[in-house]
Design a protein around this ligand. Sequence first.
Ligand code: FES
Length: 199
Amino acid sequence: MANNGVNKGRRRFLVGATTVVGAVGAVGVAIPFVSAWQPSARARAAGAPVQADVSKLAPGQRMTVEWRGRPVWIINRTPEMIERTESFAADRLADPDSQASLQPAYSAGQMRSIRPEIGVLIGICTHLGCSPVYRPEPDATGVGVDDWPGGFFCPCHGSRFDLAGRVFSNVPAPTNLEVPPYRFEGDNIIVVGEDEETA
Ligand code: FES
């Protein structure tokens, strides 16, 4: 009986000690785990929204900003460029309504943008990641097709995109160029990396 009493007491102590050690152990493990998941200032900066001032972007011109290490193209589309893009035969495009392509809901529509005259696209080919060249002129040579509406040509493997970033049929790229999240701040400032609805 005496042994039983000792053993029970010792057992209670051991259980208590184990619990305390367990709790200390859990705290000791939790702190470095949490701190390891804090993004560095550099990582936060890399994912931060970027602003672009389009006040000096002439009609027809394109500018590039970097967001999350990727080039973002901003194009000032003229009324004529918009007309050419909107009237281009949809059956020559692989995903004319962007059903299978990445873009925010607020950029639905043929021009895939909040304002038809300002296009915002990730400048990376959806085939293997090359950077297509800007060929806005309708009579561009070297793009390999007739009735070119103006757009982007990826010489790596011959993918073609119109001025809204919509991919042609029968080219290696499977989907349209991606439209990143973005919003306007006033008339001329675009904030890339923030959604229009949530900002
Ligand atoms: S990477 Fe653009 S066509 Fe292959």
